[in-house]
Design a protein around this ligand. Structure first.
Ligand SMILES: [Zn+2]
Ligand SMILES: [Zn+2]
Length: 166
């Protein structure tokens, strides 16, 4: 919460070159199954939530945009490729997975269901494993160093001990 009691959300891309801050309530939290959102996210569907007008600030860098139609631009990090925005004449929506706390932004509607992939609804019934659950098949995980930006704002990125700035 900010001083005037508005909700505040932060987030950004995987590499940390682009960071955003939202002040005010998000609306239209959704997933879109349309073919364009599948392509833009490289995924089965694209989860998006609309930022309040004038409530969105780019606090580090800014997305590169690609015009996917005459009305819409899609923003992404030019360094790491993380999909970040869907920018239409009626507002800018942010990719829910890019928020620092995506668990706070639950979708309430599905769009583009005519293009829903046939296996999407059966994913929750697939067998599940934790990341560490199968070290034998991925032994490199033991020595994994994570270069992903953490889920909070940072003063310096990448950190100095990783060769950033100097
Ligand atoms: Zn990035
Ligand atoms: Zn879509």
């Amino acid at each position: 919460m900010s001083l005037d009691n508005k909700p505040v959300y932060t987030g950004g891309c995987q590499c940390g070159a682009v960071r955003f801050r939202v002040e005010g309530a998000l609306t239209n939290a959704s997933v879109c199954h349309c073919r364009m959102c599948q392509k833009a996210s490289g995924n089965f569907y694209l989860p998006l939530a609309t930022a309040p007008e004038d409530g969105l600030t780019w606090t580090r860098g800014e997305p590169k945009r690609w015009r996917s139609s005459n009305h819409v631009k899609r923003g992404f990090c030019a360094e790491c490729g993380t999909p970040l925005t869907f920018e239409a004449p009626d507002g800018t929506a942010l990719a829910i997975g890019a928020f620092d706390h995506p668990e706070e932004v639950a979708p309430t509607v599905q769009w583009g269901v005519e293009a829903k992939l046939p296996y999407v609804d059966s994913i929750p019934s697939l067998p599940g494993e934790t990341t560490e659950g199968d070290m034998e098949s991925a032994p490199y995980l033991e020595s994994l160093e994570n270069y992903q930006h953490p889920d909070h704002d940072t003063d310096e990125w990448p950190p100095l001990d990783r060769g950033g700035r100097g």
